[in-house]
Design a protein around this ligand. Structure first.
Ligand SMILES: Cc1ncc(COP(=O)(O)O)c(C=O)c1O
Length: 392
């Protein structure tokens, strides 16, 4: 007899038949330059641990000390059970670091997006959204019930056309990722700002992959372009370069005051845990003290990119430590990834529908955690597999 969940079995089998079923590898080590994956020690070129903070002694010590002082969980949403001084201190430090009036933390970057977008626009309003924006931006836009107008990726002329073509709306909002995670290219924020200014439209950037990476000492895309005070809403995450977990919105005090009244993931979901919050605070302290880790990240990325180009690989349009190694068809990218793993190098293949058909790639995430010897190991493995598969 059939069961009401049988359709899931059918869908899962379809995914398996199409080679799209995602099997998640099990780790038995902290995040770092090397991982123990499915029982094997492999060089890690997959994770967003840009600065190597995910297992940093200072972050761990800070988390332990806070745990002893304040416990673990927040026990309710902040607006009901109160908020810890630790959360407030993190928000004050984040605002100082990013040179904005105020910041508000969320449980994740995903939540920050679904919090802030519906709090700012709704029915009768319009959002202009880069066509390659992250899923959490797309979901935030959908939740808002504003009309969504997608513009061609990083194409400011298309954005201008789309704005000119739209009829009268109430509030208007332009949203772009800061760094696009599949190609590693950077949004043309000064041009987006010019358009937003010209038309008096709110401007929001999601700097998930720019936080701790771009700008002086990792202060993000707004600092990179020296646009302080000009971007209305900065969304960020503490799950990538900061090495922990959690999201943030940074901007004017007015914006933050409003989010505390209206942002649903703030009002109806408990805050980041105490150890997470303390570790994030220590990450900001560390970045504010020295640019060393950010400098090392960029130097490593430069070495890797130059090495790959010298070997004859196509590294796409990247401007950041994210390096797409363009391979074309998805089966080749998957085969490449499997053979790299056999060589002791863990790097993910990414294909359709995450990227367009024919644009499958291995995405390499550089990190300050990698030593010069690690980079040589990576390049040598790419050379061997690239030659074996006839890519170079
Ligand atoms: C642009 C962008 N926004 C938001 C997120 C979500 O961040 P988090 O993992 O903190 O939810 C990501 C993570 O992949 C991202 O790339």
């Amino acid at each position: 007899m059939s069961h009401k969940l049988d359709w899931i079995e059918t869908e899962l089998n379809n995914l398996r038949e199409q080679g799209l079923f995602n099997t998640i590898r099990a780790l038995n080590s902290p995040q770092g330059a090397w991982l123990e994956v499915d029982g094997r020690r492999v060089l890690n070129l997959c994770s967003n641990n840009y600065l190597g903070l995910a297992n940093h002694p200072r972050l761990k010590d800070a988390a332990r000390a806070a745990l002893d002082r304040l416990g673990i969980g927040p026990a309710a949403v902040r607006s009901i059970a109160g908020t810890t001084s630790l959360h407030l201190e993190l928000e004050r430090k984040l605002a100082e670091f990013k040179k904005v009036e105020a910041a508000l933390t969320f449980q994740s970057g995903f939540n920050a997006n679904i919090a802030v977008i519906p709090a700012l626009v709704g029915k009768g309003d319009v959002i202009f959204s880069d066509q390659l924006n992250h899923a959490s931006i797309i979901d935030g836009c959908r939740l808002s019930r504003a009309d969504i107008v997608a513009y061609a990726h990083n194409d400011v002329d298309d954005l201008r056309r789309k704005i000119a073509d739209t009829k009268e709306y109430g509030r208007r909002l332009i949203i772009s990722d800061g760094v696009f995670s599949m190609d590693g290219d950077i949004a043309p924020l000064p041009e987006l700002y010019a358009v937003a200014e010209e038309h008096d439209i709110l401007l929001m950037v999601d700097d998930a992959h720019g936080e701790g990476v771009l700008g002086h000492g990792g202060r993000g895309i707004v600092d990179h372009f020296e646009l302080h005070g000009k971007v209305d809403i900065e969304v960020g995450t503490m799950s990538k370069a900061f090495g922990v977990v959690g999201g943030m919105v940074a901007g004017k005090q007015l914006l933050i005051d409003w989010l505390k009244q209206r942002a649903r993931p703030f009002l109806f979901s408990s805050a980041m845990t105490i150890p997470d919050t303390a570790a994030c605070l220590e990450a900001v302290n560390l970045l504010a003290e020295s640019t060393e880790l950010v400098d090392r990240l960029w130097a490593n990325a430069e070495t890797f990119k130059n090495g790959m180009k010298a070997l004859g690989f196509n590294t796409g349009a990247t401007q950041t430590p994210i390096v797409p190694v363009m391979l074309g068809e998805a089966p080749l990218a998957q085969q490449f990834s499997r053979q790299l793993f056999e060589e002791g190098v863990f790097a993910m293949a990414i294909g359709f529908p995450t990227v367009p058909k024919g644009k499958a790639r291995i995405r390499v995430m550089n990190s300050a955690a990698h030593s010069p010897a690690d980079l040589e190991t990576a390049l040598a493995a790419f050379e061997r597999v690239g030659k074996a598969l006839g890519v170079i």
